[in-house]
Design a protein around this ligand. Structure first.
Ligand SMILES: *[C@@H]1O[C@H](CO)[C@@H](O)[C@H](O)[C@H]1NC(C)=O
Ligand SMILES: *[C@@H]1O[C@H](CO)[C@@H](O)[C@H](O)[C@H]1NC(C)=O
Length: 402
């Protein structure tokens, strides 16, 4: 068969997949009365599914911090460098495959990207709308046809901070934010979580993000994604939970309302704990402090990682989420960002607490940039993870479940 015949066949297959997917959204959305606009924006997205080789591979892109110091030279330069890190990481693991047709490929490739918060440094954005930088952060994934999900970090909706040096001796700030002469639309308040998320969802067919239930506000990115089995027809074979760990416009916490939400979702979707579960949020919980290797010491087994340069900067309180997770043997690992100087995984109770890897050139820290990769295999079941750095090498392989 010539290549254009295969493509035509693939197109037909895709159309069929999309049609059959239309009624197949996660029950959680209807459960919690999502706004119809959020749902409509994603209706065309096919269900996530293990590849025919039996694997599902996730790249975690954490702490990109786009939009810092746009009025200097190094701000835009570091954003360009972050573009390159994401391109290097995604291309290294996925040499030119068409992800829109996963059923046609047997090879390992990226199936999904998780943006683990601090996509932008909103307290440093002299533009009216942080969505522009948010969109730039997701564009390397979108342009490769890879679906993704985002969660919020503490920097994503911080109000703009005026640098002191912008004030003249008279105490009047010369406006530096607009390109044009008129200063219409020049706002320094920052863009709220809900606006960033609804803009992303509305514009992107490959976005699997969700604003989450209204009763969890001000937290926004609280949602579950199911990955369907390749072998047992349409059974969920992996659940990925995303939670907003706060920060920015409200305290750095996971509320007990979020705990209740997690419990009702997990009992509804996975009553007997048969389906493995992974958890993603931005700010490490206080339990991370307990398992952390002493800062600046060597990382020793059973912990695995390569950077241990600072103390864990945890959430402000622990209101029951860790207890709820530790009680479920189906929960295999939690992934967080936030600490740029940490990239380890350590065991905790029956699960693993993992840091991602600082991906962006924005934000503090000059350690080599990269991404944590997770590969989940359906049969025989395993979850392995490693870190891929910008220069193409990988290290810190760890088995999180088998
Ligand atoms: C700014 O955000 C609003 C609300 O989310 C959106 O409708 C609008 O398109 C955005 N504008 C730009 C320039 O990104
Ligand atoms: C790649 O970067 C890592 C992390 O900085 C470093 O340890 C390794 O030596 C580098 N490898 C090559 C081939 O440049």
């Amino acid at each position: 068969m010539r290549w254009w015949h295969s493509l035509a066949a693939a197109g037909t297959l895709l159309a069929v997949l999309v049609l059959s997917a239309a009624g197949l959204r996660s029950p959680t959305e209807h459960h919690h009365g999502q706004t119809s606009s959020a749902e409509d924006g994603r209706r065309a997205a096919p269900p996530l599914r293990f590849a025919s080789g039996g694997s599902f591979k996730v790249a975690i892109l954490a702490d990109l911090h786009y939009g810092e110091d746009a009025w200097t030279e190094w701000g835009p330069a570091q954003d360009a460098a972050s573009d390159r890190v994401m391109a290097a990481v995604l291309d290294a693991e996925k040499p030119g495959r068409l992800l829109l047709f996963p059923s046609l490929s047997n090879s390992p490739f990226f199936h999904f990207v998780v943006y683990l918060g601090d996509l932008v440094t909103a307290n440093n954005l002299p533009i009216p709308n942080a969505s522009l930088y948010w969109d730039r952060a997701i564009s390397p994934t979108r342009s490769r046809g890879i679906p993704w999900a985002t969660v919020f970090g503490n920097h994503d909706d911080m109000p703009f901070e005026w640098p002191l040096e912008w004030f003249s001796p008279a105490g009047v700030p010369p406006v530096r934010c607009t390109s044009g002469e008129d200063q219409v639309g020049c706002s320094f308040r920052g863009t709220p979580r809900i606006d960033l998320m609804t803009t992303e969802i509305g514009k992107n067919r490959l976005s699997y993000s969700s604003t989450g239930p209204k009763d969890l506000r001000p937290g926004v990115s609280n949602y579950v994604l199911q990955v369907l089995s390749r072998t047992t027809h349409d059974d969920p074979a992996l659940l990925m939970y995303f939670l907003d760990s706060g920060g920015g416009s409200y305290p750095e916490v996971i509320s007990s309302a979020q705990v209740n939400w997690f419990q009702s979702q997990s009992h509804f979707l996975n009553p007997n704990g048969r389906i493995p579960e992974l958890i993603f949020w931005h700010i490490p919980s206080t339990e991370y402090v307990k398992v952390a290797p002493k800062a600046k010491s060597q990382i020793r087994k059973p912990c695995v990682g390569s950077i241990n340069k600072e103390d864990v900067a945890p959430q402000e309180a622990e209101w029951g989420m860790m207890n709820a997770l530790a009680k479920r043997p189906s929960v295999k690992a939690i992934f967080v960002g936030h600490n740029h100087g940490l990239d380890w995984c350590c065991p905790y109770e029956k699960l693993w607490l993992c840091f991602a890897r600082h991906t962006g050139y924005g934000g503090y820290g000059s350690w080599a940039k990269g991404a944590r990769v997770i590969e989940i295999t359906e049969k025989p079941f395993s979850i392995v993870s490693w870190i891929r750095v910008e220069n193409g090498t990988t290290h810190s392989d760890v088995t999180l479940s088998s």
